[in-house]
Design a protein around this ligand. Structure first.
Ligand code: UFG
Length: 322
């Protein structure tokens, strides 16, 4: 069985579905602080916090866990700047607690949700995994530190890990059962589509004088189902006895904020009000992955286009289930 922490969250819930399809038997643990119980469409569910050693110990005693897929974490970059304690406590202290309980139970394989935020301001595009790690906010630091902890536990205790550095996760399950539901929402594509639906007045474009073709920030948007697939492949990789590794998960193609809004308008077939405002502090002009290593090592091939990312998300927002 596979333990999925944070399986009630956005990427976790989509990965649960793929794990089930691939024949795995997942157990979700989630404190439902941001996650949705309705997003856990199948498998066992345990309502617990990763800080609760006793609950975690019982969980590992109750289920024959082979490996862990660890999503549970806080992920608001802005909030991490104003409340670093919250981020270090949850993303680091609770994560460390999980590792220690795992080792005690004899479980030595983990897939970790990392982020392109570990790189900070990119010095080259596309960004390879070997790029210097200079996170510029506590969220990115928490992901970078945890990768360092994993490396130390690998060296000392033989813990094997795959750290997956997501670029911009977006889109929704094409069958319509799952999608993105963050409260508060800060991500571009959901905000643009919620504006199209009239739930928000306008989209604010954060910065229009960046050194990019149209002056707005460029990002590498990757479909959540492509991310889910990468976790299943990473799990097979670890279960085959392979060595620990850190991998970027991006498509290698970048799109600007204006291009995203334009495509959303085409897909929704309506004008979406937007205006240029000041840049958001800490936003690098361009973040695009070099995805070669994940393709080579995991044979991962993201296949959803930006158009499919937006149309699956659009289907979801018109009839969200939670
Ligand atoms: N943006 C706007 N207006 C908005 C929201 C976003 O113009 O209302 C812009 C941002 O400035 C950025 C782009 O749209 O250029 C994408 O922004 P998101 O907030 O959707 O995503 P980020 O690139 O900021 O964040 C992503 C992940 C984080 C990760 C970060 C690393 O969601 O988890 O990349 O920098 F930490």
């Amino acid at each position: 069985m596979i333990l999925v922490t944070g399986g009630a969250g956005y990427i976790g819930s989509h990965t649960l579905l793929r794990l089930m399809d691939a024949g795995h038997e997942p157990v979700t643990v989630d404190n439902l602080c941001y996650g949705h119980r309705e997003a856990v469409l199948d498998g066992h569910f345990v309502h617990a916090d990763l800080g609760d050693q006793q609950a975690l110990g019982t969980l590992f005693e109750s289920f024959p866990i082979e490996a862990v897929v660890h999503f549970a974490a806080f992920c608001y970059v802005g909030e991490s700047v104003t409340s670093p304690d919250k981020y270090f406590n949850n993303n680091l202290v609770n994560g460390l607690n999980l590792l220690n309980v795992m080792l005690k139970a004899g479980v030595d394989k983990i897939i970790f949700s990392s982020s392109c935020a570990v790189y900070g301001e990119p010095q080259e595009i596309p960004i390879p995994e070997t790029h210097p790690k200079n996170p510029i906010n506590p969220y990115g630091l928490s992901k970078h530190f945890f990768e360092q902890i994993l490396a130390a536990y690998n060296a000392a205790y033989g813990l094997k890990y795959v750290s997956l550095r997501y670029f911009n996760a977006a889109g929704a399950d094409p069958k319509g059962g799952l999608g993105e539901s963050h409260h508060p929402e800060t991500h571009l594509i959901p905000l643009v589509l919620q504006t199209a639906l009239g739930h928000r007045d306008e989209v604010r474009i954060f910065g229009s004088s960046y050194p990019t073709p149209d002056g707005t920030c460029v990002r590498d948007y990757v479909h959540v189902c492509d991310l889910a697939e990468a976790h299943v492949l990473a799990l097979s990789y670890l279960l085959s006895g392979a060595e620990s590794i850190c991998l970027n998960l991006g498509t290698g193609s970048g799109y600007s904020v204006r291009e995203v809004i334009e495509l959303c308008q085409q897909i929704c077939q309506k004008p979406i009000p937007h205006r240029d405002v000041e840049p958001r502090p800490g936003d690098p002009p361009e973040l695009v992955a070099s995805g070669d290593l994940a393709r080579q090592v995991l044979k991962w091939n993201p296949h959803y286009s930006l158009e499919e990312i937006i149309s699956t998300a659009w289907n979801w927002y018109q009839d969200p289930k939670f």
